[in-house]
Ligand binder design. Structure first.
Ligand code: ZN
Ligand code: ZN
Length: 361
C-alpha cells in the first residue's frame, strides 16, 4: 500500500511542477494521495514537500493512515493551517481544485489570505488528481476486482426475490442485505430495481411499485469494498418475453459486445461509444439509447473518462470503465446491460463474471 501511495505522490508532484504548489480538499483525492480515509483532511504540496492538515478528531487516524506527508493536527481549520504552511514555504501561487472548492471554501480562503497578509495567488485547475486517478495501479485493480466479485456473487439473492406483485424496494433490500452480509462497506449508489414500464427509466431507483406479471426488470447496483466501487446492470424478464422484447435484448447485448470489442489503449472514448451506437442504429433503436456508453469507476462511482459521444479522451492501459448501453421505450420497458472492464495493454478484460444471456423468471 505504502509504495503505491508514494508512487501516486511522485506522479502528482510531477503533474503540478509548473504551479509548484497545490491544495487538495476533495476527500477521495486526499485519500488517493495519502491513504487517509477520514472526511476532514487537507493535503498541500509546495516545492516537492507534502503536508497533511486535519483537526483533533482525526489525530490517531491520521497517524495510522497518512503516508509520505508531514502530519499537522491543529486547532485552527485545516484549510487555514494549510494556507499558512504554503505561505511559510514562500509559495507565490497555489493550485486549487476548481471543480471541488465551494463558494464557501473559496470565500474562507480569500479571507485567510488577507488575514495572513500574503499576495499568494490562487490558480483554479480542473481534474489534476482525477486525471492521475484514471489509471489504476495494481493495489486499486485488486480492490476493484474484489468489489466486483462480491457484488456479482449477490445477484442471485435479488433474482430469488423477484416475483409479480413484490415491490421493487423489497428486491433492492434483499440484494443490499446480501451485499452487506458478504462484507460490503455499503452500496456505491442508490440501487436501481425498475420493473415493467418503469424499466424504461434509466435511473429508476427502487420504489414501492409492485413488479408486474410480465416485463423487464432492470437491476443496476454496486458495492463499496476497501474504498472502491463496483457497478453492474443486468436486465431479466418476468414471464415469456415477446419477439420484440427478445429482439431489443439481443440488440443491446450486441451493442454491449461491440463497444467492448472497441476497447484498447489509444482509441478515443467516442469510438467506443460509436461502436455501441452503430449496432443500435442498425436495429433502429439508437434514438432510445439516451445516455453515454460508460464511465470510469474507482474511489468514486462516476469518474473520468466519460465514454460518450465525440469524447476525444484516449483510453490507456490501467483504466477501469463501464460498458453499459441501454434502450428505453417510453411506456413499454427498457434494457441495460453493464459490465466493468479493465483496459489492458492490448485490449480489455471483462471484470464482471456474471453471464449476460437473457434470464426469464
Ligand atoms: Zn450501473
Ligand atoms: Zn454505470
Amino acid at each position: 500500500m505504502e509504495k503505491f501511495i508514494r508512487e501516486r505522490q511522485r506522479r502528482w508532484l510531477s503533474a503540478i511542477e509548473k504551479t509548484g504548489a497545490m491544495l487538495v480538499t476533495h476527500s477521495p483525492n486526499v485519500r488517493y494521495l495519502t491513504g487517509f480515509t477520514g472526511s476532514a483532511g487537507v493535503l498541500a504540496a509546495a516545492d516537492g514537500k507534502l503536508a497533511f492538515f486535519t483537526d483533533g478528531r482525526y489525530t490517531t487516524q491520521a497517524r495510522e493512515q497518512v503516508v509520505g506527508a508531514k502530519i499537522a493536527v491543529k486547532k485552527k481549520p485545516a484549510l487555514r493551517s494549510a494556507l499558512e504552511w504554503l505561505v511559510s514555504r514562500r509559495s507565490t501561487q497555489v493550485a486549487i481544485e476548481a471543480e471541488h472548492v465551494t463558494v464557501e471554501q473559496s470565500t474562507a480562503i480569500q479571507k485567510s489570505l488577507k488575514e495572513i497578509g500574503t499576495k499568494m495567488r490562487l490558480v483554479p485547475q480542473c481534474g489534476v488528481v482525477q486525471r492521475l486517478r484514471t489509471i489504476k495501479d495494481a493495489d486499486e485493480i485488486g480492490r476493484i476486482r474484489d468489489a466486483v466479485a462480491l457484488a456479482s456473487s449477490c445477484l442471485d439473492r435479488a433474482l430469488a426475490a423477484i416475483a409479480p406483485g413484490t415491490p421493487e424496494g423489497d428486491v433492492a433490500a434483499q440484494l443490499e442485505y446480501a451485499c452487506r452480509m458478504a462484507g460490503a462497506e455499503g452500496m456505491s449508489f442508490d440501487t436501481i430495481v425498475a420493473g415493467g414500464v418503469r424499466s424504461a427509466l434509466p435511473h429508476g431507483v427502487a420504489s414501492r411499485t409492485p413488479l408486474p406479471k410480465h416485463g423487464f426488470v432492470v437491476l443496476d447496483y454496486g458495492v463499496i469494498l476497501a474504498g472502491y466501487c463496483s457497478d453492474m446492470t443486468r436486465t431479466v424478464h418476468i414471464g415469456r418475453p415477446t419477439v420484440k422484447e427478445r429482439a431489443i435484448y439481443e440488440a443491446v447485448l450486441e451493442a454491449h459486445e461491440a463497444a467492448k470489442a472497441a476497447v484498447r489503449p489509444g482509441v478515443t472514448c467516442g469510438e467506443v461509444d460509436a461502436a455501441a451506437r452503430k449496432v443500435l442504429t442498425r436495429a433502429k433503436l439508437e434514438k432510445y439509447f439516451t445516455h453515454s456508453t460508460g464511465h470510469g469507476v474507482g474511489l468514486e462511482i462516476h469518474e473520468p473518462p466519460r465514454i460518450g459521444k465525440k469524447q476525444d479522451d484516449l483510453l490507456a492501459a490501467g483504466m477501469v470503465i463501464t460498458i453499459e448501453p441501454g434502450v428505453y421505450l417510453p411506456g413499454e420497458g427498457g434494457v441495460r446491460i453493464e459490465d466493468m472492464v479493465l483496459v489492458t495493454d492490448n485490449g480489455f478484460e471483462t471484470l464482471t463474471p456474471t453471464p449476460k444471456s437473457l434470464v426469464t423468471l
